[in-house]
Design a binder for this molecule. Structure first.
Ligand SMILES: [Zn+2]
Length: 218
């Protein structure tokens, strides 16, 4: 039987969490997997969460900015100070915590891709500050289906030559299954890597790539 050689990238959103993120890091360390953590600014008021994020960075994971409030997709947020409140404030906090980043992942509102992800003001800020914008192509909805997301994610990864999986390191119930998910990916012949698929990078170091207009409210 020939094994598939499909690439999978793991990313963890909406944390960090003082309890759950360290358990995720333990699994990844034991398996020698590196990934990315897209942090929410308001999650970082807690010292335990701050420590978890610093540990993630120390262990070779990439830290990204996933907005401050994560309540209204930026392309739908018509307030004048949205870029400052959501992107700049989180950027400053991450830098103050020793995890400076130029990775930004917009909030999709349940994993949906579309023009609601960015406003032109947000797009211009990200370009000016040389951000790499990271989307996704595999959202198994682990926060909803906490005990059933693994087979969903495996089926999605089987169809996608370069999967970028979004799961959530604040949901204790779903992260109980992370080790099994990693094991089943490897058994199925996937290679787990840290790099993002090109197709999920609509902006690279401030330069627009294919797909940027499709995620911007113009
Ligand atoms: Zn999110």
């Amino acid at each position: 039987m020939s094994l598939v050689t499909k690439l999978v990238t793991l990313s963890f959103d909406n944390g960090p969490d003082a309890e759950v993120t360290p358990r995720v890091l333990d699994v990844l360390a034991r398996r020698g997997i590196r990934s990315s953590f897209f942090a929410i600014g308001k999650q970082l008021g807690d010292v335990g969460a701050q420590k978890a994020l610093a540990r993630a960075q120390d262990e070779g994971h990439w830290v990204g900015n996933h907005s401050w409030n994560h309540e209204v997709p930026i392309g739908e947020d018509e307030r004048a100070d949205t870029v400052d409140r959501e992107i700049v404030a989180t950027e400053k906090l991450l830098a103050d915590l020793g995890c400076p980043t130029r990775l930004f992942r917009p909030f999709g509102g349940g994993g949906k891709l579309g023009p609601h992800l960015l406003s032109t003001a947000a797009r211009d800020y990200l370009a000016e500050h040389k951000y790499t914008c990271v989307t996704w192509n595999c959202v198994p909805r682990d926060w909803v289906d906490q005990d059933g997301w693994v087979p969903t994610a495996l089926a999605m990864c089987a169809k996608e030559p370069e999967a970028l999986v979004v799961i959530h390191d604040y949901v204790a119930g779903s992260m109980k299954h992370l080790d099994r998910f990693c094991g089943e990916l490897l058994e199925a012949g996937h290679t787990i890597r840290q790099a993002f698929p090109e197709s999920c990078l609509p902006m690279r170091a401030g330069v627009a790539q294919a797909g940027l207009d499709a995620i911007t409210t113009l």
